[in-house]
Design a protein around this ligand. Structure first.
Ligand SMILES: Nc1nc2c(ncn2[C@@H]2O[C@H](COP(=O)(O)OP(=O)(O)OP(=O)(O)O)[C@@H](O)[C@H]2O)c(=O)[nH]1
Ligand SMILES: [Mg+2]
Length: 365
């Protein structure tokens, strides 16, 4: 689907450490600010226990996960929107992503330099958010100027655009992100999309804590979690260091390490699933002897759109989709038994896919 999450935050807070743990990419991570300059891009499989479960009923040669693209971006500092610390280049990198994973330092470690001299996660979140808001304000003001000029011609469309640009500039000027300005109609939605505002992107806060603060976080992360919740946003608790250490482990060794930290699975699994949701994505499955596979669609996608993710011919020649659920599979154990029980649903082109549908498409062509 080509949607990506950008890892954003102050310098030296653990962004590349978390990126490496996510992607196993081995990007440079070091104890100095601006270690990352050019963005690192990685493809991350989305952990989904349902795949294992499906393949326990349907013997298959291959299990394929859905994926999400993650981009490790350079650290932002105060003044980034004015070009400080190569700010404009880094902001452009963020603009290209579809959602933001904001890594916030919630660990004390006097050996790891903090660019502002002390650990204060709420201040850090506000510094980053303000830089993104300043950059957006500039974009929105330009748009407003343009809309003013065109509105003088009296065109109704231009007047509507002017009103929306005014709302945006007012919100941003008050320090509120663009995602708090809900578009009222399709036209406004289009303008918003066209502007590629940084603060219109959904945000997930990633509190990077030390090993002693697992699994539930500490006093520092609690502040970030509370702030996020106040704004109706989500947060996750991760220890980048520990996740990195767990990378090489499997089986009993991994289970033991998870138990030591009170985790039921690597925290990154939760993080990736949260990113996937943040992007408005969900999965459906195809389950055959050749392959059991998770595919990515936007929430609200119809059956033909889902078919199109597999192959454009499937969408063009779409006839019907035969659909069942994991619950059906748990209960009847085989597709044949599901069919015999009359539970195999035949869905047409208007069917809106549900998360976790197991599908076989019938198509012409
Ligand atoms: N104590 C502790 N140190 C950490 C943790 N996570 C990362 N670090 C250290 O913090 C330093 C910076 O980590 P990076 O991952 O390079 O940070 P970054 O945010 O990518 O930094 P820039 O690319 O410079 O913006 C490294 O020395 C890491 O080992 C953690 O959970 N605990
Ligand atoms: Mg880095």
């Amino acid at each position: 689907m080509g949607l990506s999450v950008g890892i954003v935050g102050l310098p030296n807070v653990g962004k590349s450490t978390i990126f490496n743990a996510l992607t196993r990419a081995g990007a440079p991570s070091a104890n100095y600010p601006f270690c990352t300059i050019d963005p690192n891009v990685g493809i991350v499989p989305v952990p989904d226990p349902r795949l294992e479960e499906i393949s326990s009923y349907i013997t298959t040669r291959q299990v394929t996960h859905a994926t999400v693209e993650v981009v490790d971006i350079a650290g932002l500092v105060k003044g980034a929107s004015k070009g400080e610390g190569l700010g404009n280049k880094f902001l452009a990198n963020i603009r290209e992503t579809d959602a933001i994973l904001m890594v916030v330092r919630c660990f004390e470690d006097e050996n790891v330099v903090h660019v502002d001299g002390s650990v204060d996660p709420l201040r850090d979140v506000e510094v980053i958010e303000l830089e993104l808001i300043y950059a957006d304000l500039e974009t929105a003001e330009k748009r407003l100027d343009r809309a003013r000029k065109i509105a003088r011609t009296g065109k109704a469309e231009a007047k509507a655009e002017l009103a929306f640009a005014e709302r945006l500039v007012e919100a941003l000027g008050d320090g509120r992100p663009a995602r708090t300005v809900a578009p009222h109609n399709e036209g406004e939605r289009e303008i918003l999309h066209d502007m590629h505002l940084l603060t219109a992107k959904p945000v997930l806060y990633c509190c990077n804590v030390d090993d002693r603060s697992l699994p539930d976080g500490n006093e520092l992360s609690a502040r970030v979690v509370a702030r996020a919740a106040e704004h109706g946003e989500r947060s996750v608790i991760v220890s980048g260091r520990i996740e990195e250490e767990m990378l090489g482990l499997a089986g009993d060794e991994l289970r033991e390490m998870l138990a030591v930290y009170g985790l039921d699975e690597p925290a990154l699994n939760k993080l990736i699933r949260a990113c996937y949701e943040l992007l408005g994505l969900q999965s459906f499955f195809t389950a055959e002897e050749k392959e059991v596979r998770a595919w990515t669609i936007r929430r609200g996608a119809t059956a033909p759109q889902a078919a199109g993710v597999i192959h454009t011919d499937f969408e063009r020649g779409f006839i019907r989709a035969n659909v069942y659920s994991i619950d059906d599979l748990r209960h009847y154990r085989t597709e044949a038994a599901i069919k015999a029980a009359g539970k195999l649903r035949s869905e047409g082109k208007d069917y809106v896919m549900r998360d976790g549908d197991i599908v076989r498409f019938l198509f012409d062509g």
